[in-house]
Ligand binder design. Structure first.
Ligand code: APR
Length: 235
């Protein structure tokens, strides 16, 4: 079904990093690492208690030093090497796709590795040890406070026009490890379908939009993806 010329767009969510030891968002208790989402993932939360939000994301940044990419991330690298036209869009803010070797990658919800000036919007890439502490960091350009480069609720996801363009041109759309709760990512499936793309879902639990996939594989991404990619890339 997939040849070198097939244009593929992939969307990943927290599920692909679960086997690396990073918790997903929508656990049964509705809390994210013991915080309410509004507290740590909204512009209002940052305004109300920047120290709490800063400390929360600094912990997530420090966690990146303790985790590794898994076989799911690696399988996607193999698929990208095989295809002429491939785009990986992730909702994840961890850096496990790029550490596995993914190249054509969009972080639509931002990146833990980066910080952004809340005044001049200057972006700094930083993972040095001194930048993983609890103290705020000032912008090198204007001196204002840096905030996490994360797309919070009520903020606009990044690079949407580029993603939409790829979705309207792709032959195959694959969603992996995402619950289908958060818009606009949950709507990518419909955009791809409207364009006539073949749609594939891979998830531990059936996601919200499971009925709209042409094919659905239930299970762990790290177990299912290596087999599928091997099958797809066999000459
Ligand atoms: N393999 C595949 N899927 C898995 C695995 C696994 N090993 N482990 C868990 N899952 C599935 C779960 O069944 C769940 O459906 O991954 C999904 C994760 O869903 P969420 O926690 O809702 O994460 P996600 O869809 O990425 O959330 C989207 O919500 O809070 C925001 O901005 C945040 O980017 C995030 C967005």
């Amino acid at each position: 079904m997939i040849t070198k010329q097939t244009r593929v767009v992939i969307l990943t969510g927290a599920g692909i990093s679960a086997e690396s030891g990073i918790r997903t968002f929508r656990a049964a208790d509705g809390l994210w690492e013991d915080h309410r989402i509004e507290e740590v993932a909204t512009p209002e939360g940052w305004e109300a208690n920047p120290q709490l939000v800063w400390s929360f994301y600094q912990q997530r940044r420090r966690q990146l030093l303790e985790v590794e990419s898994n076989s799911g991330h690696k399988a996607l690298v193999e698929l990208e090497k095989y295809l002429d036209n491939f785009l990986l869009v992730t909702q994840n803010v961890d850096n496990l796709h790029e550490r596995a070797g993914s190249q054509n990658l969009i972080h639509m919800h931002g990146e833990l590795e980066k910080l952004r000036c809340q005044e001049c919007q200057h972006i700094e890439s930083m993972m040095e040890e001194e930048h993983l502490g609890e103290e705020f960091i000032s912008c090198r350009q204007c001196g204002a406070r840096l905030r996490p480069h994360i797309v919070w609720f009520n903020e606009m996801p990044l690079q949407l026009p580029e993603i939409e363009k790829a979705l309207t041109q792709c032959d195959v759309f694959i969603a992996i490890g995402t619950s289908g709760h958060v818009y606009p990512a949950s709507g990518f499936l419909h955009t791809a379908r409207l364009n006539g793309s073949h749609t594939i879902g891979i998830n531990l639990d059936p996601p919200e939009n499971v009925y709209f996939f042409d094919e659905f594989f239930q299970g762990k991404a790290g177990e299912i993806l290596p087999h599928l990619v091997q099958r797809w890339t066999e000459e």
